[in-house]
Design a protein around this ligand. Structure first.
Ligand code: HEM
Length: 491
């Protein structure tokens, strides 16, 4: 197979920046060390063999486990023989704690009905209609930063959580959460921090009725979300009943229209509520982390900072058109490379229902298949310079050399992320707006480290100094732009 950078018309980025990542363990960890490390930071569990071999078996003390990082075998699990594999208990418990009726965790007929009803809401044309709402959220962020002191320090991770929650609010409930968005943001942070801690009881397969301490906190946070969502739904129902022409064209209206009123083929009331929570939970933190890492990576690469600046100065004009994200090809390549190096969802797992074989390895009923996009995206057999930051891999003809099943930030097959187009557009537009107006530099002395807590985030935040780009820098003079980047790149 052609590796992702083995392309004749492209220089090899031998000196490209390699961002922080744990050094793989020399050998797979023994069970006790594995459990301890999984609890601390699952990203630090991976061993050299995982990055070098297509399939590694064993590891967890819960039966037969296959760690699969070979595109053909992945295709078989997620697409060709997907009916033989279902989401496993651990993934469902960790990724969708409490959101039992939502698309993320539903199975069988319930999942099929939901996917059919919800898919049109995330189709490309619908998502393009959300571009103005996404741009408006980015402008609110720019206004807030513009009012700060020159060279203020901000926590980019918290700021990105704020802007992606604003996008959720503007696209799901465009007339507002009805409560303080800050309360929702704090509750969301508690929720993710708590569900993100994998309990050793989960790894050991201890049944659900055995209480986990953190779970109690998740339950009370979920109650808070549910009450908020119920309030917003009731208000929207009144509008739809009394003045349907004035109902906003957002996801909530579409979801309520999909409500099953005839006992037929729609969503139930509980499913509508669960899916609103699922969209908030699945869509907000993942995109926030993507943006945080992208801002960080750009601050470390003079070349890519300059390329994105040149592009946004040329393309981002006002008012922004719905299709603007399609013109931001360099910016989008930075986002795609960001989620190669730091995929927000770093493990996809399935349990086998029946016998199968993957790359010659036997699969038995009950075998656990773990695919880590993090390992896959840095696999030595699949990528050249796998640890280097090189968005050029996703540009032009080079991009077509990337095997579809070697790059899985959004998964693949029938259970592929329903929000991938939404997320890519949002991240591209927000990053473009930030780069157009500001240069960001990591606070000197701050060590950045990836930590896996459901999503892959910078441990201890991302404090960065912001400086406004002057109108002068924004003129399309490449020399000035390069000087601006050079002054700020923390290399
Ligand atoms: C950068 C942002 C995002 C990333 C990296 C991401 C990643 C993923 C991945 C890897 C899966 C597949 C999991 C599996 O197969 O086990 C998934 C599923 C899903 N994602 Fe996303 N996601 C992102 C943004 C979003 C957004 C914005 C939404 C909704 C607004 C969303 C909603 C969902 C839902 C509902 C599913 C379950 C789909 C199904 O099972 O049919 N995601 N996501």
């Amino acid at each position: 197979m052609l590796r992702a950078s083995e392309h004749s018309d492209r220089p090899t980025p031998g000196s490209a920046y390699c961002p922080p990542a744990p050094k793989p363990q020399a050998r797979p960890l023994k069970p006790l060390a594995l459990i301890r490390t999984l609890k601390r930071n699952p990203l630090e569990c991976w061993a050299v063999a995982h990055f070098e071999q297509p399939i590694v078996s064993g590891g967890l003390p819960i039966g037969h486990v296959l760690l699969v990082h070979e595109p053909g075998a992945i295709r078989r699990v997620l697409l060709d023989n997907a009916a033989n594999y279902r989401k496993d208990r651990l993934q469902r418990r960790v990724l969708s704690a409490g959101l039992n009726d939502g698309l993320l965790s539903a199975e069988g007929e319930q999942w099929r009905v939901q996917r059919r009803v919800l898919a049109p809401m995330f189709a490309r044309r619908r998502v393009m209609d959300f571009a103005p709402a996404m741009t408006a959220a980015a402008e609110t962020l720019i206004d807030r930063w513009s009012s700060l002191d020159e060279r203020a320090t901000i926590d980019v991770a918290a700021e990105m959580a704020r802007v992606t929650l604003d996008v959720v609010e503007r696209t799901i409930f465009s007339d507002g959460f009805g409560s303080d968005a800050e309360d929702i943001r704090m509750a969301m942070a508690t929720y993710f921090n708590t569900i993100g801690k994998i309990s050793p009881l989960d790894i050991l397969g201890v049944p659900d009725f055995v209480p986990r301490l953190g779970r109690l906190r998740v339950r009370s946070t979920l109650k808070f979300f549910e009450a908020e969502v119920d309030r917003v739904i009731a208000a929207r129902r009144r509008i739809l009943a009394e003045q349907p022409d004035r109902a906003p064209n957002d996801l909530l209206t579409h979801l309520l229209e999909a409500l099953d009123t005839s006992g037929g083929d729609g969503l139930t009331e509980a499913e509508v509520r669960s899916n609103i929570l699922t969209f908030i939970a699945a869509g907000h933190e993942t995109t926030a982390n993507t943006l945080s890492w992208a801002v960080f990576l750009l601050s470390q690469s003079r070349e890519w900072c300059e390329r994105v600046e040149t592009e946004v100065d040329r393309e981002l004009t006002e008012p922004a058109s719905a299709g603007i994200a399609d013109h931001l090809v360099q910016t989008r390549a930075v986002i795609e490379e960001t989620i190669r190096l730091y995929p927000p969802i770093s493990a996809i797992s399935r349990v086998a229902l029946g016998d199968d074989a993957l790359n010659g390895e036997a699969v038995r009923p009950g075998s656990l298949i773990v695919i880590s996009p993090y390992v896959l995206h840095r696999h030595r057999l699949l990528w050249d310079h796998p640890d280097a930051f090189d968005p050029g891999r996703f540009l032009g003809s080079v991009a077509s050399a990337v095997d579809r099943f070697a790059y899985l930030p959004f998964g693949a097959g029938p259970r592929k992320c329903i929000g991938s187009t939404f997320a890519l557009q949002e991240a591209t537009l927000v990053l473009a707006a930030i780069v157009k107006h500001f240069n960001l530099q990591l606070r000197p002395g701050h060590a950045v480290w990836p930590s896996l807590r459901v999503t892959l985030r910078p441990a201890s935040g991302l404090p960065m100094l912001i400086r406004k780009r002057s109108r002068h820098q924004r003129s399309s003079n490449p020399d000035q732009q390069e000087r601006a980047c050079r002054g700020l790149a923390n290399s």
